[in-house]
Design a protein around this ligand. Structure first.
Ligand code: MRU
Length: 332
């Protein structure tokens, strides 16, 4: 992704490996400033996954692969490291997929750096393919809605839900994107809007609770990402996705889910079995560190919801656009 730092354009990724260190953009500071952090211990990368320095399912996966790489380079106990890394966040399948991938590579004696680099590159390649397939769905003058951040920050580079928009814009199509802010952490407003602004893609931030208003008024397509897709096509994504899916069906708007094959989990048969992360109430009661709720109130803060497959028009994957009942046949 191209980002502007101190007036200069820099080509970067959400996470990468340099001089035996894992480097990442600390997403907690965006859009105010671009802070790049580095880690040389796997446990610190694991903590960065937990505290949202890095987030978004495919980026979490790549960070986990690099964490395993550090553990191997420092000759740590790999079984212990793999368990600790997997404990950091429960919902995104990519975290588990990446750690298992690295365990296989390392048990086969593969070079840890090459294995992790090849994992991260494979994610980027998948996102490029998602962009090409998904761009076909976008027509000139479309009004598109997205939720949370499924852009380059969430996927090492390029994006999943945002990839078709990047590609279509490059192809010369002109359209407009509704970016829902995504309470409580505001990944839509802080991260997606920031990415679209840098790409020059026309968009507006909307409050989460105005999605129905805009869908009813006239959205042409909704495209979101996913954290885990069950075998029956039910999927977990950022809290607030379910409402958009149900509203889309009600008002006849095509609803697409963009995700690489690493997000599909056929060991989970139905969405009900997906573990939903509950995060601390402080995320809800404070805005940029300032308490805005009455002190002492209880807070419920599920970070994801599960949308039933019947609301999904199609999955935009690196293997093409698939209906929920086709995913098992095509993705191995
Ligand atoms: O809690 P987050 O910010 O990690 O949640 C991210 C999302 O829900 C994204 O939509 C999802 O990971 C898809 S990212 C391509």
């Amino acid at each position: 992704m191209k980002i502007f730092i101190d007036g200069k354009v820099r080509d970067t990724r959400a996470v990468w490996f340099e001089n035996d260190k894992v480097m990442m953009i600390d997403q907690r500071h965006l859009p105010k400033k671009v802070v790049i952090v580095s880690f040389d211990d796997y446990i610190d990368v694991a903590k960065a996954i937990k505290n949202m320095t890095i987030r978004g399912a495919p980026s979490i996966g790549a960070a986990a692969a690099y964490a395993m790489c550090l553990a191997a380079l420092k000759k740590c106990d790999l079984i212990k490291a793999s368990k600790e890394i997997k404990e950091m966040r429960p919902t995104a399948n990519d975290l588990f997929y990446a750690v298992d991938y690295m365990m296989v590579c390392l048990s086969e004696g593969k070079n840890p750096i090459k294995a992790a680099e090849s994992y991260a590159q494979s994610i980027i390649n998948k996102c490029i393919a998602i962009g090409k397939y998904g761009a076909e769905l976008i027509k000139d003058h479309y009004k598109i809605m997205t939720h949370c951040n499924a852009g380059a920050l969430a996927t090492v580079d390029v994006g999943t839900a945002i990839a078709p928009m990047r590609q279509a814009w490059k192809d010369g199509k002109r359209f407009f994107v509704y970016v829902s802010e995504t309470r409580p952490r505001l990944q839509g407003m802080k991260l997606t809007a920031w990415e679209l602004l840098q790409e020059g893609i026309d968009h507006a931030i909307i409050t989460d609770n105005s999605s129905g208003y805009f869908i009813k008024k006239g959205v042409d397509i909704v495209i979101v990402g996913a954290d885990r897709i069950a075998a029956n096509g039910d999927f977990a994504n950022k809290i607030g996705t379910l409402e958009k899916a149900v509203l889309s069906k009600e008002f006849g708007v095509p609803f697409y889910v963009a995700a690489p094959t690493s997000t599909f989990d056929f060991n989970t048969k139905i969405g009900e079995n997906i573990v939903i992360e509950n995060r601390e109430g402080e995320e809800v009661t404070t805005v940029d560190g300032v308490m805005v709720a009455p002190v002492g109130c209880k807070v419920l803060n599920p970070s994801f919801d599960v949308t039933p497959a019947r609301y999904v028009t199609g999955f935009i994957t690196d293997k093409g656009i698939l209906k929920p009942n086709e995913i098992r046949k095509v993705i191995k």
